[in-house]
Write a protein that binds this ligand. Structure first.
Ligand SMILES: *[C@@H]1O[C@H](CO)[C@@H](O)[C@H](O)[C@H]1NC(C)=O
Ligand SMILES: *[C@@H]1O[C@H](CO)[C@@H](O)[C@H](O)[C@H]1NC(C)=O
Ligand SMILES: *[C@@H]1O[C@H](CO)[C@@H](O)[C@H](O)[C@H]1NC(C)=O
Length: 228
């Protein structure tokens, strides 16, 4: 209307809590890697000592919270490399490499990247889950990722197609017998740290979704349209 100023704020891609990915106990996923400084306290609020053993961040919509901790915190997964496909020709290594990680961090939801998977949309590797491995790491050998430098001219493919399987941390995660690598950071308090030693997925021994619990939405982008 002439003479009137109307401002419309449009919220786009504001997803509801029920949109977390309810993933199976085993399946396929993508794996990337990221720099996690030793002794760093990541999203779950797990003790810094956890970084001395294999850990990973899980893509946000499977992690189950947009900030702080989520139900994936503390869970252990056996991750096995299958093939790469971001280079041509795709690389299928002869050897099978696996690593058991504890999830201590969240890989933020993005529109495209490897952690963009949602219930309804896969990432560009055709997967909804992405495990972002803390690597390089003293806990994982430097030749963990197979390569063929003479064929490709580089050794780091950046992203792998993998299988994942939920496993118990006890007997499977390398840090399980080291008490200084287990649990949450006390001084962060119960509202900021949740890192169960052996989460099973049940409410009494696993982390809730911090963002659901505190009414924090997750929004990819908020275009603001001003109409005069
Ligand atoms: C990843 O591996 C699965 C299982 O072998 C296969 O079905 C899928 O096509 C692979 N994806 C890519 C992008 O290579
Ligand atoms: C690297 O690729 C070449 C060409 O395909 C092949 O002959 C060689 O066996 C490969 N080496 C490894 C370690 O995969
Ligand atoms: C991880 O998966 C690989 C490949 O399936 C398997 O050989 C290995 O025994 C598994 N490790 C654990 C601890 O489950």
């Amino acid at each position: 209307m002439k003479g009137w100023l109307a401002v419309y704020i449009v919220l786009v891609a504001c997803v509801a809590a029920s949109d977390w990915i309810d993933y199976e106990d085993s399946g396929t996923a993508t794996m990337t890697h990221y720099d996690l400084p030793e002794d760093y306290i990541a999203s779950c609020g797990c003790v810094g000592g956890s970084t001395h053993y294999p850990t990973a961040a899980l893509s946000q919509m499977a992690f189950g919270s947009s900030t702080a901790y989520g139900p994936a915190c503390g869970r252990c997964f056996n991750l096995t490399l299958l093939n790469t496909y971001t280079a041509y020709p795709p690389f299928f290594p002869d050897e099978t490499k696996s690593v058991v990680v504890k999830v201590t961090d969240k890989c933020p939801l993005s529109q495209d990247g490897w952690c963009s998977g949602t219930k309804d949309k896969t990432n560009s590797g055709g997967q909804r889950l992405n495990f972002d491995l803390a690597y390089p790491s003293d806990a994982i050998s430097d030749d963990f990722f197979p390569s063929n430098a003479s064929l490709y001219g580089f050794t780091d493919f950046g992203v792998w197609n993998i299988t994942y399987e939920v496993v118990t941390c006890k007997d499977n995660w390398a840090g399980y017998d080291d008490t200084s690598a287990l649990g949450a950071v006390d001084y962060l308090g119960p509202e900021s740290a949740c890192c169960p030693v052996e989460p099973t997925g049940y409410l009494d021994d696993s982390c809730p979704s911090y963002s659901d619990h505190n009414g924090i939405a997750y929004v990819l982008y908020i275009p603001v349209i001003a109409c005069v």
